[in-house]
Every structure is written in structure tokens, then in C-alpha cells.
Design a protein around this ligand. Structure first.
Ligand code: DGJ
Length: 382
């Protein structure tokens, strides 16, 4: 008996360190702080987006590594799951990069940014789109790419990368876009104006339009949209995807020509579409913008900077750049603004800025909180 109790005590003693190492569960959001997953490691899902499926949230994002080269895709797209939005379990790499030397578009060392996943009810497939830059070409390729999976956590199979809409004019192209070529040279003093007027729309007509920062949005009727920074990041293009979500239809529009919008994120509330974007300053933060429309494909109007707070917060969007707007399930009109505080010198250390997105006088509003909960957000919402 004595022996048995000794054995029991020894087993208990051995298990103490294991318990002690269990990271404490999170009960709030602390924007900008290290955000540990259920293994106690800083979440590695930058430029991300969240899909709610079968009672759980899935966060997909860029897997970054340490050091200056850490923005290159060396591993792939990460996936984490959560039931409460505070505590995230690492589900591993949803889309792995292809082997070095394979010649694949998503070869290790390419750039994979802002992955977003949507679920197609008709095909039962999970569809991931992301911004892709081909290995060794800097940011010149400006492509969007698609992968699908049968299981939400993957593995995702890479289908193709492309420049959207080769040989197709946007629905709001003018007659002069189609007939009067605009020529622009590198040092042209009117470069910005000519690009806004459609110089690159024309230049890329045959081969397909540029696509860099992007997001996806699925409407209530199941129509999926691809929203991207095109024409050298000067003009947004909003495109309708095909019914299976793995391709582009021929329907697309130019939005805010010459507006220099990046990092688009969309939400829908009371039949209106709202968009938050950033300006165009590389990895450095800048003031966010917001816009509204009654239709995805037309009528977008600027609503100004959604940030309320200090000058510093307004001019840097809390030192961050938008990536997604997450509707909280079961809490009507409760939205989370998701943004990245980039750390380009050590990208793996990038921080997540999640804040409640509320509305004031019909405009989306963002205010800083050191710490907050979903309960706070639901109470303060409008
Ligand atoms: C800003 C974009 O929003 C990021 O996703 C990334 O592409 C950087 N530019 C690269 O400079």
C-alpha cells in the first residue's frame, strides 16, 4: 500500500511541470501584444482572414519567418481554429509551398500574401485566394492565385495563378478607354494622373490586370467577389467570381481610380456594403480610409478616416494596416477590425490589431482599446 502511494505521489510530481507549462487561456483581446496560441507560441498568421464554418472560426494567414527575408513564403499558409476568438489552436500549414526548384508558381521563396478562404455551398469545397509574387521577381508579377480543399484545415491543392480579366474591359470603362491609348513613361510628370485615367488598364488589357493586396467577400445570395489593388496599386478592381469560386467571370469594375487604396476589407450591414482600406506606403502604416455603397459593383462613396483618437492613431491606424473585417457569429452587427502591425525587419514578430468596429452617424468607427472583450463590443456597438 505504502509503495503504491509513493508511486502515486511520484506520478503526480512528474505531471506537475506539464500542467505548469499549459499556457493560460485568454479571456480578452490585447491588441498589439504577443498573442499566444494554445501551445503558447505567438500566432503566425499575418495578413489573414477568418472563415466561420460548422461552429468554429478558422484563421488563415501568412506564415512568416525570422529575419529580413521573413516575408518570403518559406513554409506556406497557416491555419488556426477557435471557438471563442480568443484562444487559437494551430491546425498546421493549410497550403504548403512547393519544393525549391520545382518551378511551381508557389515555389518556396515566392511571396504569398493576404490569403482568404471561403466555402462554396454548391461544390462543398473550401476555396483559398491569395496575392502571389513569383520567386525572384520582387513584386513585379502582381498575380492572384487559387487553391481548394475538401477539409477546411486543408491540405489545399494549388490550382493556378493568374492576372484577372485578359481581353476584358471593366463594366465602367469609357469609350475613350477602349479607343484612345494613354501613353505614360517612367518619369512622366503626369504619371499619377495618366495612371488614374487608365494607362495601366489599357497596358494590361491583353495580358490581364495586375492584382496585389486582395480580399474576398461572399454576399447573402452566395455571389463571391474578389477585391484587389490593381493598376500598380492605384485603382481597386472588384470582380465577380464564378459560381464555383475558382475563377473570374467577365464582370468587374474600377473603383476609386488613382485612389492608391491597399489592404481592402469588406463588411455588409443593413443592406449596405462598407469597405476599409489603407493608403499606399509599403510596410509603413498610414491613415485608413472607409467607403460605403448600396451595391458591390457600383456607387462607392468615400466616408473618410474611420479612426477616432489621437493624431498619431489617426495617421497610422494604430500603427497597423487592415486585413479583414470579421462578423462575430450570433451577435448581430458586431464586427472585429483585423489589422497587421508589420515588423518588416523581423516579420514573424508582426502583431495583430483586433479592435471592435462600430458605427457612428452611418460611418464605420475604430477606437483604440488596450484590452477588450466581445461582451464590451456587443454592448458598445452602435
Ligand atoms: C503593403 C501591402 O499591404 C502588404 O500586404 C505588402 O504587400 C507590402 N505592401 C509590401 O511592401
Amino acid at each position: 500500500m505504502k509503495r503504491l502511494s509513493h508511486l502515486f505521489l511520484m506520478l503526480l510530481w512528474l505531471s506537475v511541470p506539464a500542467f505548469a507549462q499549459q499556457p493560460k487561456a485568454h479571456t480578452s483581446f490585447k491588441p498589439g501584444e504577443i498573442w499566444t496560441d494554445t501551445d503558447g507560441k505567438h500566432i503566425n498568421a499575418h495578413g489573414g482572414g477568418v472563415l466561420f464554418h460548422d461552429g468554429k472560426y478558422y484563421w488563415f494567414g501568412e506564415h512568416k519567418i525570422e529575419g529580413r527575408n521573413g516575408n518570403k513564403a518559406m513554409v506556406g499558409v497557416s491555419c488556426y481554429s477557435s471557438s471563442d476568438l480568443y484562444n487559437w489552436k494551430n491546425e498546421g500549414i493549410a497550403l504548403p509551398v512547393a519544393a525549391e526548384g520545382s518551378g511551381s508558381d508557389i515555389e518556396k521563396g515566392a511571396v504569398i500574401e493576404r490569403p482568404k478562404v471561403i466555402y462554396n455551398e454548391k461544390t462543398g469545397k473550401f476555396v483559398m485566394w491569395f496575392h502571389l509574387e513569383l520567386k525572384g521577381q520582387g513584386y513585379a508579377a502582381a498575380r492572384t492565385a487559387v487553391a481548394t480543399a475538401d477539409k477546411v484545415t486543408g491540405p489545399y491543392t494549388f490550382l493556378k495563378s493568374l492576372r484577372p480579366h485578359p481581353g476584358v474591359w471593366p463594366e465602367n470603362a469609357t469609350e475613350s478607354h477602349k479607343t484612345e491609348p494613354i501613353t505614360v513613361t517612367e518619369n512622366d510628370p503626369e504619371w499619377e494622373q495618366k495612371v488614374a485615367a487608365g494607362a495601366f488598364l489599357q497596358r494590361d488589357f491583353e495580358g490581364g490586370q495586375m492584382s496585389r493586396d486582395m480580399t474576398l467577400f461572399v454576399d447573402d445570395d452566395g455571389t463571391a467577389y474578389h477585391i484587389t489593388s490593381s493598376e500598380e496599386n492605384r485603382t481597386l478592381h472588384i470582380s465577380k467570381l464564378t459560381d464555383d469560386y475558382v475563377d473570374f467571370t467577365d464582370e468587374y469594375v474600377r473603383v476609386f481610380p488613382g485612389g492608391r487604396n491597399e489592404a481592402p476589407a469588406i463588411l455588409k450591414k443593413d443592406g449596405k456594403y462598407y469597405m476599409i482600406t489603407s493608403g499606399l506606403t509599403g510596410w509603413a502604416p498610414n491613415p485608413a480610409r472607409s467607403a460605403v455603397s448600396d451595391h458591390m459593383m457600383k456607387g462607392w462613396k468615400q466616408l473618410g478616416n474611420p479612426v477616432r483618437g489621437t493624431e498619431e492613431q489617426k495617421s497610422t491606424t494604430f500603427e497597423s494596416q487592415s486585413t479583414f473585417i470579421l462578423p462575430v457569429q450570433g451577435k448581430k452587427d458586431t464586427f472585429i477590425f483585423m489589422a497587421d502591425r508589420w515588423r518588416p525587419k523581423n516579420p514573424i514578430d508582426g502583431r495583430y490589431i483586433w479592435l471592435p468596429l462600430t458605427f457612428e452617424e452611418g460611418k464605420p468607427v475604430l477606437k483604440w482599446q488596450d484590452e477588450w472583450t466581445l461582451k464590451d463590443a456587443a454592448e458598445k456597438k452602435n
